[in-house]
Design a protein around this ligand. Structure first.
Ligand code: KG4
Ligand code: ZN
Length: 341
């Protein structure tokens, strides 16, 4: 058995997990920072870094205790190296390097987006590859062709806003709070998705890229009036807001489902996996399940608890890379971007 300690600090969640053989999650603890950022309506990088510093050490101790393991039982220390907020990443990478050195354990650096792309496998008995992976988070909306844990290629990505960012911005337009995705999801359940017809931007006929900025602007003008960025919200009743959430969610979900099907047709794979914070969205889960079932495709949705940022997906991916011989040295450092990967 191989036991990996996984550390995730790429954005505003401090998360630590202990995972056996990439599949058995012994412990996955996450300290969210929602309260610290809520009054600013978004993540403030400096506040996020400081909170990671305060929370990470006690969380590591707590995770080891809850998993019933000691440092001697850990086979490797894994950490998110990229992409993300550089100050936040630095805290996790520095902590992981320090522990690897102090405990004399191997270090494995992980690409956060690849971890989201492979997170659906955490509780599966067998690897689902090859598959098309839809990664939908606050910072990314991408499609990948996953042939194996170390063989992942980008098929398409957003050219402007990420899906989660669009959810957060629409929640902000409607003054629903932060982070907006879960709140819009909840309100959408009580609304009529056909109450408004928002644009579905598909770009070219065979494009696998995404664009959500036009949709966000359409919601903005729908609320405030054409060309206006303020006023009008007070005229909307509770049901109007729920209807807008439903119509907006339907537009995002239609595009995500359509592009995923295009990626399936292009690659010829018969399996779809979905990860990232927006993979927790109930309309996306329902519509994708329906479409995959109708097309005879296998669909593996990441379990809800591993959709938003978490240490378990970092430890799980690291296990598979570690098993293939991956080891990183003390010279690695955090990287805000991951290039075209
Ligand atoms: O993966 P994640 O935790 O962080 C990034 O790597 O970005 O994703 C966070 C994003 C936020 O934009 C949040 O609003 C969105 O995921 N999100 C959702 C839902 N739960 C979280 N969006 C739509 N519906 C949800 N249920
Ligand atoms: Zn993420």
């Amino acid at each position: 058995m191989t036991t990996i300690l996984g550390i995730e600090t790429s954005c505003d969640e401090t998360s630590v997990a202990v995972v056996d053989d990439g599949r058995r999650v012994r412990c996955n603890l996450t300290a969210t920072q929602f309260d610290l950022h809520a009054k600013y309506g978004g993540v403030v990088p400096e506040i996020a870094s400081r909170a990671h510093i305060e929370k990470l050490d006690p969380l590591i101790e707590e995770a080891l205790a809850q998993a019933g393991t000691s440092p001697a039982d850990i086979d490797a220390v894994a950490v998110t190296q990229m992409p993300g907020l550089i100050g936040s990443l630095l805290i996790g990478v520095t902590a992981a390097k320090t522990l690897a050195w102090a405990w004399d354990k191997p270090l494995v650096a992980v690409n956060h987006i690849h971890a989201h792309a492979t997170s659906a496998s955490i509780e599966l008995p067998d690897d689902p590859w090859p598959a098309v992976a839809l990664v939908v988070s606050g910072g990314h909306t991408s499609l990948y062709h996953v042939r194996g844990y170390d063989d992942i290629s980008l098929l398409g990505a957003t050219i402007d806003d990420a899906a989660g960012e669009a959810f957060d911005k629409v929640a902000s337009i409607l003054k629903l709070g932060f982070p907006g995705g879960p709140i819009v999801d909840k309100r959408a359940a009580a609304g009529n998705p056909k109450s408004a017809s928002f644009p579905r931007t598909l770009l070219g006929d065979d494009s696998l890229d995404f664009s959500f900025s036009g949709l966000k602007t359409a919601v903005l003008y729908r609320v405030h009036g054409p060309g206006r960025t303020t006023g009008g919200l007070e005229k909307l009743g509770e049901q109007d807001v729920s209807d807008l959430c439903a119509a907006f969610s339907a537009a995002v979900v239609d595009v995500l489902v359509e592009k995923t099907m295009r990626a399936v047709a292009k690659t010829g794979v018969r399996t779809v996996v979905v990860g990232g914070g927006v993979a927790a969205n109930s309309m996306l889960r329902a519509r994708l399940s329906d479409r995959c079932q109708r097309n005879g495709l296998a669909l593996h949705l990441t379990p809800m608890r591993y959709c938003t940022d978490n240490g378990a997906m970092i430890a799980a991916l690291a296990y598979h890379l570690f098993a293939k011989g991956r080891r990183d040295g003390m010279e690695i450092s955090a990287r805000a971007t991951a290039g075209l990967s």
